[in-house]
Design a protein around this ligand. Sequence first.
Ligand SMILES: [Zn+2]
Length: 122
Amino acid sequence: MGIDTERFRDALVDERRRVEHALATLRDEHPGSLDEEVEETAPTNDNHLAETATATLGREIDYTLGENSEQVLAEIDRALQRIDDGTYGTCVGCGDEISPARLEVSPWASLCIDCKRRAEGG
Ligand SMILES: [Zn+2]
């Protein structure tokens, strides 16, 4: 076990709080819009992808997580579960270790960068 899971747990709990707050704010400002317009739920964990999706829908939501927030929340919960299970930091696709640098950027990542690229068809 080469990574400090407790540190990532803190980061995840922190991020979860932020996303929940953002979701609550979005719901206040755009009642109903989140649930109605959920399109495809591809595994897009990275913020820039969320931005792209938001821009595509032409909405003026300046919080980068946009309508991906609920999915990010689910990802965070799964990551916390993996910490409890002792499988955190292991790619669910190929079983290799996810690079710590990637976890720094996306603590909830469940795929290594190779599997992630493959999942996105790139
Ligand atoms: Zn992998």
